[in-house]
Design a protein around this ligand. Structure first.
Ligand code: IPD
Ligand code: CA
Ligand code: CA
Length: 256
C-alpha cells in the first residue's frame, strides 16, 4: 500500500528526532574530528546519525532510494528518494554551538514532499509535508511580511564563501542596505526565515542534502526557497530563502 504523506511525515519526524538525540551524546564533548577530502570536518556523530536514519528507512521501506552526505548513494527504481544530512553545521557542532541540525527530505517522483530540520540542542524542529502545512515544534511556521530589503534581517553562513564563489559583488549591495545581518547560518538561517524570525537567508555553496527539507518547508510556510536563478530545485549550487514580497527584489540582485 502506498503510504500517505502524513504517515511519511510522522515517520521522518520520528527517525530524525531519534538521530538528533544520538548526536546530543557527543555534543559539547571532546569529540575527535576527521577532515574529509573536501577539507570539511566530520565526526563519529555525523556517521552514526546517518547510519541510524539509513537503517530505519531500510527496515521500513527497503526499496526506497537513499542519498546521504557521509555514505554512498542507494539507487533503486523506487519513485521515493530520501536525502539526508545527518549533521548540518558540523563546524557549529564541533565548537559546542547549538545551531547545528539533522536534515531529512523525501522526494517522490522528483518533488520533495516531506522535509525535516531538527535542531536537537535547541529543542527546535521545523518541518512540513506537501499540503500539510509547515510547523515550528507544534505551532504553524509562517514567513514574515517585510516588503523591503532595507527592513530585512539577512542570515548567511560564511562571508568568505561569497568571495570563493565570486559572489561578493552580488552580495555587497544587499548587505549594505539590509536592516542587519548575522551569521546564524547553515540550515538555521533558512529555518529562521520559515518561522518569521529572519527575512532572507543566502548561501553561495549548497549540496542537495543541505537543501533537501527547505523547498517544501518554505513553500508550506508561505515563502520560497530556490537557487539564485529562482529555480525551485535542491540541486543548484546555491540557495536563497525569503517571503514572496522580497522574492523578486532579492532574485534581481542575485541573478547571473
Ligand atoms: C555545510 C552547510 C553550509 C554550507 C556548506 C555545507 P555541513 O554543511 O550546509 O551552510 O555553506 O557548503 O557544506 O558540512 O556542515 O553539513
Ligand atoms: Ca550540510
Ligand atoms: Ca553534514
Amino acid at each position: 500500500m502506498t503510504p500517505s504523506i502524513s504517515d511519511l511525515l510522522d515517520f521522518a519526524i520520528s527517525i530524525t528526532e531519534a538521530a538528533g538525540k544520538g548526536t546530543l551524546d557527543y555534543y559539547q564533548t571532546d569529540i575527535a574530528v576527521e577532515t574529509k577530502s573536501d577539507a570539511s570536518p566530520v565526526t563519529i556523530a555525523d556517521k552514526e546519525a546517518e547510519q541510524f536514519i539509513r537503517n530505519a528507512i531500510q527496515s521500513r521501506f527497503p526499496d526506497h532510494q537513499i542519498i546521504g552526505e557521509e555514505y554512498s548513494d542507494k539507487i533503486t527504481s523506487s519513485p521515493y528518494k530520501w536525502i539526508i544530512d545527518p549533521i548540518d553545521g558540523t563546524k557549529s557542532f564541533i565548537a559546542g554551538v547549538p545551531f547545528y541540525s539533522n536534515l531529512v527530505g523525501l522526494e517522490f517522483e522528483g518533488e520533495i514532499i516531506v522535509g525535516i530540520a531538527n535542531f536537537p540542542a535547541l529543542k527546535e524542529m521545523v518541518y512540513a509535508g506537501k499540503g500539510l502545512g509547515a510547523w515550528f515544534n507544534s505551532k504553524p511556521a509562517k514567513v514574515g511580511s517585510v516588503t523591503e530589503i532595507s527592513k530585512a534581517r539577512i542570515m548567511v553562513t560564511d562571508f568568505r564563501d561569497f568571495e570563493k564563489r565570486e559572489a561578493w559583488k552580488t552580495f555587497k549591495p544587499i548587505l549594505d542596505c539590509c536592516r542587519f545581518h548575522r551569521t546564524w547560518g547553515d540550515a538555521y538561517g533558512h529555518a529562521m526565515v520559515a518561522t518569521g524570525r529572519a527575512e532572507i537567508a543566502l548561501d553561495p555553496f549548497m549540496n542537495p542534502w543541505d537543501c533537501a527539507p527547505f523547498g517544501i518547508i518554505l513553500k508550506e510556510a508561505g515563502g520560497f526557497f530556490t537557487d539564485w536563478n529562482g529555480n525551485d530545485t535542491i540541486y543548484g549550487p546555491n540557495a536563497v530563502s525569503s517571503n514572496p514580497e522580497l522574492r523578486e527584489k532579492v532574485l534581481t540582485c542575485l541573478k547571473d
